[in-house]
Design a protein around this ligand. Structure first.
Ligand SMILES: [Zn+2]
Length: 66
């Protein structure tokens, strides 16, 4: 009886993770990375001012296709 649910349990992990990753395009993921950085960085003023790290992420984001 438990055998049928067992294979479901083992397969539920990886497709879920793949679906989560697929929600973001590389460009969206890069933008999130930029936002995450600017929120935690003392040298960045929430996107109004960029440190060298944020500038690098920003330029990488701009270089990505939509
Ligand atoms: Zn920064």
């Amino acid at each position: 009886m438990g055998g049928r649910s067992d294979w479901r349990d083992t397969s539920s992990g990886s497709p879920r993770a793949a679906a989560t990753a697929a929600e973001f395009t590389p460009k969206q993921a890069k933008f999130r990375e930029y936002m995450d950085h600017s929120q935690g960085c003392a040298d960045c003023d929430y996107g109004n001012r960029r440190c060298a790290v944020a500038q690098g992420i920003w330029e990488a984001w701009r270089a990505l296709p939509q």
